[in-house]
Write a protein that binds this ligand. Structure first.
Ligand SMILES: CC(C)(COP(=O)(O)OP(=O)(O)OC[C@H]1O[C@@H](n2cnc3c(N)ncnc32)[C@H](O)[C@@H]1OP(=O)(O)O)[C@@H](O)C(=O)NCCC(=O)NCCS
Length: 167
């Protein structure tokens, strides 16, 4: 386990899925998915999912996986930090911890899809790129027409190449 102040970061397990689901309901901003989706993602992709905890309470998480057709990439499906913990660097630390996991070995790019109204998320990925001395490109991803309900377009934020220190 790695510590940053009093917040602990660790890989996720399926037991965390229920708390992630509750966290998303409470956070309000994140798109809620069925509890089964959180449990299943932690089961299949626990090597690329991270929980941040303070005193045993979840204060953030990142759910990510490596798309089978993009072996050099980790895709962040959802990242959230509790409202009272935001703006303190936890989002950046979650992404750093994620990339340091064995599950992200040989990853050169981190991707996420973000809507135009989500400035916090856009800034998170831009800041992460800047602090990693690399680029963040914004690319078209899913246009509004792809969705069955009114939905903002989703843009792909592609961070990389991630430069690893020389061994
Ligand atoms: C996006 C989110 C995870 C960022 O987490 P965080 O711990 O607050 O982020 P950090 O403190 O590490 O800040 C990272 C960067 O984002 C910027 N940022 C954070 N919150 C911001 C906000 N509300 N508005 C604008 N910029 C913001 C910070 O200033 C920082 O950039 P800087 O280094 O250039 O100053 C958090 O705001 C959140 O949970 N939002 C709701 C859920 C969400 O939108 N998730 C993403 C979609 S899946």
């Amino acid at each position: 386990m790695a510590a940053s102040a009093e917040i602990l970061y660790r890989p996720a397990t399926p037991v965390d899925g229920a708390e992630m689901w509750r966290f998303v309901q409470a956070a309000g901003v994140l798109e809620p998915n069925p509890s089964y989706a959180y449990i299943l993602l932690c089961q299949h992709f626990g090597d690329t999912c991270v929980v941040a905890e303070r005193d045993g309470e979840m204060v953030g998480f990142v759910l990510a996986y490596r798309p089978p057709r993009q072996p050099d990439t980790v895709f962040v499906w959802q990242v959230g930090v509790s409202p009272k913990t935001r703006g303190q660097g936890v989002g950046i630390r979650l992404l750093r911890y994620l990339l340091a996991l064995d599950g992200c070995r040989n990853v050169d790019y981190l991707e996420a899809s973000v809507t135009p109204s989500n400035k916090a998320s856009q800034n998170l990925f831009r800041a992460f790129a800047r602090k990693s001395n690399t680029r963040c490109r914004k690319l078209p991803f899913f246009p509004s027409e792809f969705f069955p309900e009114p939905h903002e377009p989703e843009y792909l934020y592609r961070v990389g190449p991630i430069r690893w220190p020389e061994a």
